[in-house]
Design a protein around this ligand. Structure first.
Ligand code: ATP
Length: 704
């Protein structure tokens, strides 16, 4: 007999949230607690927590669910519940009043309207093979995002093509921005797409010039419409700060080149905000983020630019689009090959076709040629032979809104990081391994882990980079030191996870500080916090104004020392490697305060008692590192292949490094990660009109 949902939860194979949701809805509509409906609800909820927007029933029908990943048989554990055959499953779901049809309000929604990723959309697939089951509100999020984007897919009206062609020629002079003679100027093409369309995505790897291009896009738009109201946003405070900095840099470069009038440049804003701040301080209602701006109170903007779009999850994208007036332009910047958002969805990946080649039809190519942005014949990557004979596209395909930047200006031909990122992105584990192991590239190295433990050099690496934080002159300088290097890991738990890494790094730093000075660094009065420690916020706090992913540093006001104490008996504090502060001793030292860099670059200071939920951040998960870059990165993967160590994770981790990356990995683990792709179930790509295909190779980048 297969275990009950309750037993699965107790065994850690079903998240409690998924169990309680399934139990609640099954009871609510009078279904058996372990019946098909409860099982379906538990599966949808559990998959949603893992990032899927829906489940494709055909992909699960007849299979063991909630298999034990840690089982010796590799997870194919026969004692899990088995999903019904597809036809039985559909009949049971259709029989249940709490399973709604598309558009209805219900806890679960069954949508059999689209093609299925599981069967590749073949015409002779069995009936029902295209059925997806959603948590009700996620169906509505997905439908709303698709509708809002499809509503913006037509080319922009009211453009002066001659003025645009002139502006493109000024801002993208061929000698500067085209690379090798045969290579099209992708930045110019991207700019032309973004200006001529109401919705555009500019996707590219690190240093491919996304921000450089978008500043020129804004200049071109302002040359067309001087009163355009522009807003800049990013998903995290860190990403917003970087966007602010890059936009400022881009404006200065244009000013130096004289590409446009000073009066135009002065109207390009530099200040980027977090999406949460842009939408207005919200509150949490019924477990959801609610914002001031929505469809009833839309944003006062004509053009919104959002950076790091790969980090935007489906619910946030739905809320952002709801608050954006239908007439406003939207330009998304990001890297479609990076990891998807932490929460459910792979919005940028879906919008850009899940790694499929981007092919422009005749209408798009004619438009680009008209504004002088397309060479007479775009190469195969941009123009497909199979659309040559197609009728002029009256229905725009989503590819028309997507521009891929393929040349990195940051990583030259001799850059190991660039070559490594390219190899990983192409799924070429053998080349990636060779790059890490040969001596030709000093900027990429590998630490070969011992069989069953972390290589001790990992902790040495971190201590060498973080010890200077404790000697910094103040919190500003400490943040600057912290921003230079980071340990990134694939996992949370176990010897290779961020929890253990943080504990070991903190313990060593603490011990070395005490050995050198005869006193421990100042500690806070809770949670093992101490002077010089980086912290990352893990939940949005609208009142305090700190958001998930923000990183700050704890700093004792009068960089205080106190007497060493015995290690804590408290398991939480013991886990952090920090002795428990005794209140009297702590009060005699400098008071610990937390400092964060605001989006405008200034420092925000608050007491540790005001800190929203947070974790120690010497080591971060790769997911949490999105939107940040560091000079040096140590990327810790488990020595053996692991399902969470994927190509997207490896690529994202490697490309967080600007100057040096060290990868802690076994050879098989690296090869396997390079070929394992993240597949999140969703129908957004198909809703937007992309053909149903599993994602294939990542974007290929050209280097100097
Ligand atoms: N066409 C170009 N010619 C010369 N240098 C360029 C060009 N485009 C971008 N660069 C330079 O490359 C660097 C990266 O550009 P930019 O910041 O715009 O890239 P990005 O894709 O936004 O980077 P990030 O990975 O930080 O998001 C900048 O120093 C910029 O000046």
């Amino acid at each position: 007999m297969s275990p009950s949902l309750h037993a699965l939860m107790e065994a850690g194979r079903l998240p409690p949230l998924a169990y309680y949701f399934a139990d609640f809805v099954a009871r609510g509509c009078g279904q058996a607690p372990d019946g098909v409906f409860a099982l379906s609800a538990a599966l949808v909820s559990a998959r949603n927590l893992e990032g899927d927007v829906c489940i494709d029933l055909a992909a699960h029908a007849g299979r063991v669910l909630f298999a034990d990943d840690s089982a010796a048989d590799g997870g194919d554990n026969a004692d899990g519940p088995v999903a019904p055959a597809l036809s039985d499953w559909l009949a049971a779901l259709r029989d249940c009043p709490w399973v709604g049809a598309p558009g209805e309000q219900a806890p679960l929604i069954l949508d059999c309207g689209g093609p299925s990723a599981a069967d590749g959309g073949s015409a002779d697939a069995p009936a029902g093979s295209s059925c997806r089951l959603y948590l009700g509100k996620y169906w509505h999020f997905e439908a709303a995002v698709a509708a809002a984007l499809l509503g913006r897919m037509q080319p922009a009206a009211d453009l002066d093509p001659e003025r645009l062609a002139d502006g493109l020629a000024r801002l993208f002079p061929a000698a500067v921005s085209a690379g090798a003679p045969a290579e099209p100027d992708w930045q110019r093409i991207a700019a032309a797409i973004a200006v001529t369309r109401r919705f555009a995505v500019i996707s590219g790897g690190p240093g491919t010039g996304k921000t450089t291009t978008v500043v020129k896009v804004l200049a071109l738009l302002l040359e067309q419409a001087p009163d355009l109201r522009i807003a800049l946003a990013a998903p995290t405070g860190k990403a917003a700060a970087r966007l602010t900095e890059s936009i400022g840099g881009g404006k200065r470069r244009i000013a130096a080149d004289g590409g446009t009038a000073e009066s135009v440049l002065s109207r390009i804003p530099e200040q980027a905000r977090t999406i949460h701040r842009l939408l207005g301080f919200g509150r949490r209602g019924a477990g959801e983020d609610l914002f001031q701006h929505d469809a009833d109170d839309p944003l006062s903007v004509d053009c919104l630019v959002v950076d790091e779009a790969s980090m935007i999850d489906l619910p946030l994208m739905a809320r952002l689009l709801a608050a954006l007036p239908a007439s406003a332009r939207l330009v998304l910047l990001g890297d479609r090959d990076q990891l998807a958002s932490v929460e459910a969805g792979n919005v940028l990946g879906d919008i850009t076709g899940r790694g499929q080649p981007v092919r422009y039809g005749p209408a798009q190519r004619a438009l680009l040629a008209r504004v002088g942005a397309a060479p007479a014949a775009l190469p195969a990557a941009a123009a497909s032979s199979d659309d040559d004979g197609a009728p002029a596209a009256s229905t725009p395909t989503p590819a028309a809104a997507v521009a891929l930047l393929r040349r990195s200006w940051r990583f030259g031909a001799d850059s190991g990081i660039g070559a490594l990122a390219r190899a990983v992105n192409a799924g070429d584990g053998a080349t990636a391994l060779a790059l890490l192991d040969d001596d030709a590239h000093a900027d990429v190295t590998r630490l070969v882990p011992p069989a069953d433990d972390l290589h001790p050099a990992c902790i040495d690496w971190a201590v060498a980079r973080f010890a200077p934080v404790l000697d910094a002159e103040g919190p500003e300088a400490a943040l600057a030191v912290l921003e230079r290097a980071r340990v990134l890991a694939a996992l949370h738990r176990g010897p290779y996870g961020v929890e253990a890494l943080n504990a070991r790094i903190a313990e060593r730093l603490f011990a070395e500080y005490r050995a050198a000075r005869g006193a421990a660094p100042s500690a806070g009065d809770r949670d093992g916090l101490h002077h010089g420690m980086p912290v990352m916020i893990t939940a949005n706090d609208y009142e305090v104004g700190l958001y998930n992913g923000d990183v700050g540093v704890l700093w004792a006001e009068a960089a205080g020392l106190r007497e060493p104490q015995a290690p804590s008996a408290d398991p939480v504090l013991r886990g952090s490697g920090i002795p428990a502060p005794d209140a009297a001793a702590a009060s005699g030292t400098g008071r610990l305060r937390a400092h964060f860099r605001a989006a405008d670059g200034s420092l925000r200071t608050l007491s540790v008692r005001q800190l929203p939920p947070h974790v120690c951040a010497y080591a971060l998960t790769v997911h949490k590192s999105q939107g940040s870059e560091f000079d040096e990165v140590l990327l810790v993967l488990p020595p053996e292949p692991h399902p969470l160590a994927t190509r997207e994770l490896l690529y994202t981790g490697v490309t967080r490094a600007r100057k040096q990356v060290t990868v802690h990995t076994g050879a098989d683990a690296l090869r396997q990660a390079s070929t394992t792709r993240v597949q999140r179930a969703s129908a957004l790509a198909e809703r937007l009109g992309w053909p149903v295909k599993p994602s294939n190779t990542g974007t290929v980048y050209l280097f100097d």
